[in-house]
Design a protein around this ligand. Sequence first.
Ligand code: FMN
Length: 394
Amino acid sequence: MLRFLTAGESHGKGLVVIIDGVPSNIPLKQEDFDSYLAERQKGYGRGGRQKIETDRAEIISGIRFGKTTGAPVSVFIKNRDFENWAAKMDAWQRPAGLEELNIPRPGHADLSGGIRYNHKDFRNVLERASARETAARITAGALAVKFLKMFDVEVFGFVDAIAGVAAQYSKDAPVKEIKKLAAQADAASQACLRFPDKNSVSNVKAAIDMAVKEGDTLGGVLKIITSELPPGLGDYTQWDKKLDARLAMALMSLQAVKGVEIGAGFAYASATGSAMHDEIFHSAKAGYYRKTNNSGGIEGGMTNGNQLEIKAALKPISTVLKGLKSVNVKNKKAVKTVYERSDVCAVPAASLIAETIVAFELAKAFQEKFGSGDMDYILSNYENYRKYLKKYRG
Ligand SMILES: Cc1cc2nc3c(=O)[nH]c(=O)nc-3n(C[C@H](O)[C@H](O)[C@H](O)COP(=O)(O)O)c2cc1C
């Protein structure tokens, strides 16, 4: 079964990801990884770090002549900034006179991580807690995106709202349509925002500009949608097999995500059942179908045949230029945090990372249902399932 682990620090030599359980014979190109790595570094509101790094996936194992072999796929992503950090991140020798970071930054892992691992130099915590780790994670997700394409499944992550400016688009629009709207808005605003509403994209840009001017930061809401998925992925029979639960956990693990909503989510809580539940219809042509998708494509922990719709809320970036109150842990003096180069808003990049996080969980669900090992074997099981669905639908 697909799984992965990452290692590496923000200013260390680089990031490593090992992806295990990858079926053989998935066709891949260097570009499949590097396009995601490049897109992750974009986004209006990102900091100077992104200009230094030009990420590239160096394949260490598991891919031969453009196809996965079935062996673990391992990838190295070099930190180009390491040349400026080699001494400060040296494995063996502490450079003389190196200042420690003794002021924990609110909103970061610094203080809790320092307590957990007994560090008072918070660099030992922040280097690993940093969202630079997502460069490794997105590489695993890029492979999952390619896997899902073999089933004609598309996943797209985009920005739903920033600073209270919510994108206006048809809520039932399919992936292709939303992708087009986001591309049009990006072209109109000449900024990478992944925001599918060209009429209000300039308001988002202005809100980010204002945050930059005020030395502040912003969060927002991202959304991930998929093309229609086959019904029956996931499971209702055990708590940890439920697809909604697994997606929520995976998305919550993305740095700064503080809420996950599937379909109508919190709106369910203040509405009646008769108004909200997606009623079931049948026709000879479509089989079973729904006229609404408040469930976001998941009922009882399983896909129901509709497109998946999930949102995640991101808190504002924790490193704030104007500084936040904190305490120096060496002398217990009240101080303001020290600024280190940082993003002002990372919701567009986070929406792309979330796209690949969802893709990875879905790829696992496909594997569970249709098998592992070789892609031809998995795809033939999928074909059989489609025949079975046709019969079931009548
Ligand atoms: C793509 C992305 C980029 C980020 N960039 C920064 C950054 O430059 N500076 C910062 O302070 N936080 C940044 N963050 C947010 C922090 O990583 C996050 O606030 C921190 O890890 C704590 O999050 P948690 O409370 O959800 O664990 C970024 C998050 C994401 C998803």
